[in-house]
Unconditional design. Structure first.
Length: 253
């Protein structure tokens, strides 16, 4: 899969979390999110314990809390949706700060915010301790269809190239005196998007021809094989196992 590509979320380090094989971390995060989603929304205390578990992982990985909190901004659209639920949901009503809101809507908003925030935080921790290339190797190790792994690999490789191409096109427009100031300029922006698509498609064709000429037959060579010991699996399983215990208490208490 070639050389690794650094991304803004990744923080280089040598913590125990960083050193775990990528497929162990992927499986741990997936199981953790599955457990969180399965937790009854009425068990408010359980979500606090989940947050403490993630804080412990962040401490073990030496990832600052501010780093994680800044990247939680990505869930703002979900927060906006959750804030609307108490006002649009039907059923029993109650008053909060002088406003009439739905009880079921309040629970729904809490459910979205709590579970969504925990899921995003877990994903941020995964991305901050695992390189993109390692993530792809981990997905391949977990049995994801090779074609999907290849598509993701090409997205990682050529995403920056497409972004640079768009930046050059933007510079070319501005050098000719163009500034998008209203709806009447949308046509130019649409043509830019079309030109970018065509250039990206042509680049993809050239890359594919170059790969075929070098013996590509539908599969990419694996440069190094990622393996995990039983102790590494056990270390990675600590997070979802602890979360499962909390979830079971949430259903029984």
């Amino acid at each position: 899969m070639g050389a690794g590509h650094a991304h803004r979320l990744y923080r280089a380090g040598d913590s125990p979390v960083h050193l775990l094989p990528p497929h162990c971390k992927l499986a741990a995060v997936f199981c953790f999110v599955l457990v969180v989603v399965s937790t009854p929304r009425e068990a408010v205390w359980a979500f606090g314990l989940y947050a403490l578990l993630l804080a412990a992982v962040a401490a073990a990985a030496r990832v600052p809390a501010g780093f994680v909190l800044r990247r939680l901004v990505i869930e703002v659209p979900f927060v906006a949706f959750a804030l609307l639920l108490p006002f649009v949901a039907q059923g029993e009503r109650t008053e909060v700060l002088g406003l009439s809101v739905s009880v079921s809507g309040l629970w729904g908003a809490w459910n979205v915010l709590a579970k969504g925030t925990l899921g995003v935080a877990a994903s941020v921790l995964l991305a901050s301790t695992t390189e993109l290339r390692s993530l792809l190797l981990g997905l391949q190790r977990l049995g994801l269809p090779p074609l999907l792994v290849q598509i993701a690999s090409f997205m990682v490789r050529y995403g920056d190239l497409v972004t640079d191409e768009l930046r050059r096109m933007s510079v070319a427009r501005r050098s000719r005196g163009f500034e998008a100031r209203g709806i009447r300029h949308w046509g130019v922006l649409a043509k830019t998007a079309g030109a970018l698509f065509i250039r990206s498609y042509e680049r993809g064709e050239r890359v594919h021809l170059a790969m075929v000429s070098r013996g590509y037959a539908g599969t990419m060579p694996v440069i190094d094989e990622v393996t995990a010991t039983r102790s590494q699996w056990a270390y990675a399983a600590a997070l979802p196992a602890a979360a499962l215990a909390v979830c079971l208490m949430g259903w029984t208490l």
